[in-house]
Design a protein around this ligand. Structure first.
Ligand code: 2BA
Length: 144
């Protein structure tokens, strides 16, 4: 087996591993939570990126955050889903990287985050790097 420490793998660019933006399920800041929940349920993902109208990454939103925001004292208040917006509930602190940064940084971020948002030099969203694609590359490399 190869040793990762001495290898080129850490310096690899991340562009080839990225899921491009057109294949990433996302919502926008001003979408109501009923729309966000629909996208999350239909896509099957736990959490997805939140973008603004200029395609800049603003955060991420999860099914758990949505359900928590409509949890009343005695019941889940489904009728509030249409009143609350994505921007009121999302997490703003999320991992992000420039497209030209290396695999080593993505690997470190993926320890605590299932996906990392990738941005171009203008700060626009161009895709995500998932823990799955990171592990797949390491697996391929170790079995060479
Ligand atoms: P989760 O939704 O928590 O998904 C965890 C893992 O479960 C995924 O890991 C994948 O292996 C599997 N999985 C979940 N839903 C799937 C589906 N509809 N089709 C195929 N596999 C599915 P990763 O692939 O490493 O993804 C890590 C996280 O990145 C996901 O966490 C989700 O939050 C986000 N993600 C992945 N692909 C996405 C996409 N196309 N659009 C939006 N978000 C995505």
């Amino acid at each position: 087996m190869q040793t990762l420490k001495n290898s080129q793998i850490m310096d690899n660019e991340i562009k080839e591993l990225m899921i491009p933006e057109e294949k990433v399920a996302h919502v926008q800041l001003n979408n109501p939570l009923d729309h966000a929940l629909l996208v999350l349920i239909k896509s099957g993902y736990t959490a997805i990126p939140v973008l603004d109208k200029d395609y800049k990454v603003c955060g991420q939103i999860s099914k758990a955050q949505i359900l928590d925001s409509i949890l009343g004292i005695e019941r889940i208040e489904m009728e509030r889903l249409h009143e609350i917006k994505v921007k009121d509930v999302m997490s703003e602190k999320i991992p992000r990287m420039n497209k030209d940064e290396t695999f080593g940084k993505a690997l470190t971020l993926s320890i605590n985050h299932p996906f990392v948002c990738i941005e171009d030099d203008m700060g626009s969203f161009i895709g995500i790097l998932t823990r799955r694609s990171i592990l797949a590359l390491i697996n391929r490399y170790l079995r060479k």
